[in-house]
Design a protein around this ligand. Structure first.
Ligand SMILES: NC(=O)c1ccc[n+]([C@@H]2O[C@H](COP(=O)([O-])OP(=O)(O)OC[C@H]3O[C@@H](n4cnc5c(N)ncnc54)[C@H](OP(=O)(O)O)[C@@H]3O)[C@@H](O)[C@H]2O)c1
Length: 332
């Protein structure tokens, strides 16, 4: 099979020219596995970090990148009763999605591709949807009528939070650095959008909420964005620490946390599924497919690349050209 391969670390970080496309053996499914012919895999920010061992999970070299994809089951292990050859599935792996075939544990991160969805859409669902779901429902317990402030809203996990927040009945205010990409965010459910390059999001959130501030703040950006978000937070707000695309963590003043009665909530969607399955895992097994079936968090895909141009897909994300997701489509 053909596969995208990373066999040396990117130095300096963030250089996808380390990626090659190579011939690799098709993996053999064990008794509890399924073998999937991959239709498409999507790019997530952690895929970029993994190229330079800059992510918390550091796969051994050489590795095939890609945390999520969608495709068709072509073989099942002798002990598998849940899936059949021909099933079209969405899958998560750690990593390995950017190849023509992938082996996945049948009890693992799999769900049926919703009716009418392309493989590209399916490949772009899982990471954003699990992160938004875990953040807004398990961690922040977002309620109908809450004001939800979403940073990095034109990105993969940001856009999913906008869509889910809207579905749950929150008033969604979304930030980003580009008007054209923010127009897509608005079309995907944001009530208001703020371009932080031309306006101060703290002032706008205060204006839009008559001085009260946001009840829930979802932050995949980090750095001073979260620090400044405290000024846009309502009394008793929940602040979700989702990621650090700005390059680093935030320094939060504990006196501000006390005065405003804030809750700072760390989000680790994947780790929570691993540690707390089946209790929380069942939510992902039953509730996420239900939401997807309703069309909630259906991914917006701005960029598609053939496998041979995988490095360009990474570059589009690095250059902040993507709105929603970039996907890599596999040769048939
Ligand atoms: N906690 C979890 O369980 C979990 C799960 C998945 C991902 N994550 C994290 O969530 C973050 C976002 O991931 P993603 O896949 O959604 O990324 P993405 O698609 O690249 O989106 C990131 C967004 O961040 C904004 N941004 C601000 N400063 C940036 C910078 N210096 N470089 C790049 N983007 C910047 C960009 O919007 P503008 O250009 O409009 O500013 C961009 O749309 C990452 O840190 C990732 O590790 C966390």
């Amino acid at each position: 099979m053909r596969a995208v391969v990373c066999d040396r670390l990117s130095d300096p970080p963030g250089d996808p020219s380390v990626l090659k496309v190579e011939e690799r053996p098709i993996p053999q499914p064990g008794p509890a596995d399924v073998l999937i012919k991959v239709g498409a895999a999507s790019v997530n920010f952690p895929d970029i970090l993994m190229l330079s061992a800059g992510y918390q999970h550091k796969p051994e070299l050489p590795f095939i990148p890609g945390m999520e994809g969608a495709g068709t089951v072509t073989a099942v292990g002798a002990g598998v009763t849940t899936w059949r050859t021909g099933d079209k599935l969405i899958f998560g792996v750690r990593p390995g999605a950017m190849a023509q075939y992938v082996r996945v544990a049948a009890s693992g991160n799999l769900m049926r591709l919703p009716e009418g969805w392309s493989f590209a859409e399916g490949s772009a669902f899982r990471v954003g949807a699990t992160t938004a779901y875990h953040s807004l429902i398990h961690r922040a317990q977002l309620k109908r009528g809450n004001v939800l402030l979403v940073h990095g809203a034109s990105g993969g996990v940001g856009m999913a939070a906008v869509q889910l927040g809207r579905h749950l009945g929150a008033r969604v205010i979304a930030t980003g650095g580009d008007d054209a990409r923010l127009a897509v965010v608005k079309a995907n459910g944001a009530d208001d959008v703020v371009n932080y390059r031309t306006a101060d999001f703290v002032t706008i959130v205060k204006e839009l909420t008559e001085g009260r501030g946001a009840d829930v703040i979802y932050d995949p950006v980090g750095g001073e964005v979260l620090e400044r978000s405290i000024r846009a937070a309502a009394y008793g707000a929940r602040l979700l620490v989702v990621g650090f695309t700005s390059g680093g963590p935030s320094k939060i003043m504990s006196n501000h946390v006390l005065i405003k009665g804030l809750s700072i909530l760390g989000v680790r969607a994947g780790e929570t599924i691993r540690r707390h399955s089946p209790e929380l895992g069942n939510d992902y097994v039953e509730e996420l497919p239900r939401l997807a079936g309703l069309g909630v968090m259906r991914p917006h895909i701005s960029h598609r690349f053939p496998m041979e141009r995988a490095a360009d897909a990474f570059r589009a994300l690095i250059d902040r050209k993507v709105v929603g997701k970039a996907v890599i489509e596999m040769p048939t």
